[in-house]
Design a protein around this ligand. Structure first.
Ligand code: GLC
Length: 559
């Protein structure tokens, strides 16, 4: 490591050796929508570097960057063509190094996205596989199979892509005849690797080392539940209610297979060769918290996203249950629980938490979706939900723009949408563009200060001027000020490393607990709740004298 945390930011508890990831607040940067230094309408790494002071001022411990590696951008960079280079739209490796150094100087750790389940179809290995013959070592790096039917004209099994349509695509062989099929859990431009092949494993160990050598603090591992497929690739029809990634269904032959654990043990050892507490965080959509906890056993990954928490509706009993279950299950394997409310794949929580019960909360809403959220309720609940989350022991993830209270952009014009889900379902599913709109920095600047040309790869709504960071910065009632206070108080009171103790007596619709010196009360009911004695440290919204209004969370320190 090229920095010492103590020098850079003495007040942080995340010095090397202290397992910083157990308590860190990690801010997700979606580079194409964060800040655009080049002015072409797509965010870039110099844009990130230019705003590191804003992140430092916000008070986050680390950033996670969604993919910026070379990619044809068929799935916004989750289709990687070269794992060891920066895509020119995001800058250069030198820009990456400068961003990393700038973050470390400010005591901010950096984790990068790694996409091991599949590559882009433009990856050199896949191009070689297309040219090579069936049964060749080149094809063996991916999952090629002969088709069914008299002439192999039917796909090898009935699996359906997460983005819609079939999970197999037939190739044309070098001699021009219709040939084998390859598997793609996502878009057909994202062929799945064959993780039973030692060559694939060796390649990814090397890719890990490439970024670790540059000084990254860890990896967010994309689709970590997908690498190994069940022996024989048996037919499977998922439960239509199975969640946005289908991972909530039990027995899916391409999710959560036990063989993945061997991969994580191997990677754990690679990271352990390096100093400075490098960490792995799994993106794993699995049916239960208990199953997810198996991924963070002491010799596997360090963290896993707690999507069960993210998917919990605005309901006090459900929240108490998932928090207890998470702390128990992760605690049982010695891992911290993580907490997350928003990311680049789900409806922003300032909208999601106000969706009515008729609508699943999944991956995208548009103008014709049922259960349209009321924005005022949504923002009030989002502020209350984040205030609850940041008081929980463990590590929390934030998604860029949530500190501004940004809602989902529901009414994007059809011709602006870019998510492959939108195209693969012929517009039946809106997909995830609504949470990916470039974020506003300055109310009066072109593209709200995303760049200085006014270009933006997805159109920004006119009402976003009021969410701009510059209008929120000095307003004590703004969502940005709330996040800053929450993060500062969380650090001051060591809440990430604390212990949760449930408090009774506030009623069924209230989530109440103590973490160290702080009492947290979140009112999810329809009626106000009397506040206990003590000093109000932070409140997610206006208080009504000594009572806590609906959809409001308060932190109180004993008087
Ligand atoms: C993960 C990413 C998502 C991407 C998918 C395929 O779920 O978060 O954005 O589309 O993997 O790589």
């Amino acid at each position: 490591m090229t920095f010492t945390q103590q020098d850079a930011r003495p007040e942080l508890e995340s010095a090397p050796g202290s397992e910083w990831w157990r308590t860190a607040v990690i801010y997700q940067i979606y580079p194409r929508s964060f800040a655009d230094a080049s002015g072409d309408g797509l965010g870039d790494l110099p844009g990130v570097t230019a705003h590191l002071d804003d992140l430092h001022e916000l008070g986050v411990d680390a950033i996670w960057l969604s993919p910026f590696q070379r990619s044809p951008q068929k799935d916004a960079g989750y289709d990687v063509a070269d794992y060891r280079d920066v895509d020119p739209i995001f800058g250069t490796l030198a820009d990456f190094d400068a961003m990393l150094a700038g973050a470390h100087e400010r005591g901010i750790r950096v984790i990068v996205d790694l996409v091991p389940n599949h590559s882009s179809d433009q990856h050199v290995w896949f191009q070689e596989a297309l040219k090579a013959a069936p049964g060749s070592p080149e094809r063996a790096r991916y999952i090629f199979r002969d088709g069914k039917g008299e002439n192999g004209e039917l796909p090898p099994n009935n699996w359906e892509s997460v983005f819609g349509g079939g999970m197999w695509k037939r190739v044309t062989e070098a001699d021009g005849t219709p040939g084998q099929w390859y598997l793609h859990i996502f878009d057909e431009s994202q062929p799945d690797f064959d993780w039973t092949n030692p060559e694939v494993r060796a390649e990814f160990r090397d890719i890990l080392r490439f970024w670790l050598d540059r000084g990254v603090d860890g990896f967010r591992v994309d689709v970590a539940h997908g690498l190994i497929k069940a022996e024989g690739l048996p037919d499977f029809t998922p439960d239509p209610e199975g969640g946005s990634m289908g991972g909530d269904s039990a027995g899916v032959p391409y999710w959560g297979q036990p063989g993945v654990h061997e991969v994580w043990r191997d990677w754990h050892e690679v990271l352990a060769e390096y100093d400075g507490d490098r960490a792995l965080c799994a993106e794993a959509w699995l049916p239960t918290v208990a199953q997810t906890a198996l991924w963070v056993r002491p010799d596997e990954m360090h963290q896993a996203f707690n999507f069960h928490y993210l998917e919990t509706t605005w309901d006090a009993e459900a929240l108490r249950a998932v928090i207890t279950e998470s702390l128990d299950a992760y605690g049982a394997v010695g891992a911290p629980s993580t907490w997350v409310l928003s990311n680049h794949d789900v409806v922003r929580h300032a909208s999601r938490l106000a969706l009515t019960a008729e609508n699943p909360q999944g991956a995208g809403i548009g103008p014709k979706s049922p259960g349209q959220p009321d924005p005022v309720t949504g923002l009030r609940r989002a502020r209350a939900a984040t205030s609850l989350m940041l008081a929980l022991p463990g590590s929390s993830y934030l998604y860029q723009g949530e500190e501004l209270g940004l809602p989902e952009v529901i009414d994007l014009p059809d011709d602006a949408r870019q998510d492959p889900t939108w195209f693969r379902t012929n517009g039946e599913r809106y997909g995830r563009d609504g949470c990916r709109v470039p974020i506003p920095w300055s109310a009066d600047a072109p593209a709200y200060g995303f760049n200085d040309t006014g270009a933006a790869w997805l159109p920004q709504p006119a009402e976003w001027a009021e969410f701009a960071r510059d209008v929120q910065r000095d307003d004590p009632a703004s969502t940005l000020s709330l996040y800053r206070s929450l993060l500062a108080e969380r650090r001051a009171h060591g809440l990430g490393a604390g212990t949760l103790e449930w408090l009774e007596g506030f009623g069924d619709d209230v989530v109440a607990f103590r973490n160290g010196p702080i009492t947290v009360i979140a009112n999810l009911g329809d009626t106000a709740v009397a506040l206990p004695a003590g000093d109000v440290v932070v409140a997610s919204g206006p208080l009504d004298g000594a009572s806590l209004p609906t959809d409001t969370t308060v932190w109180i320190a004993a008087a």
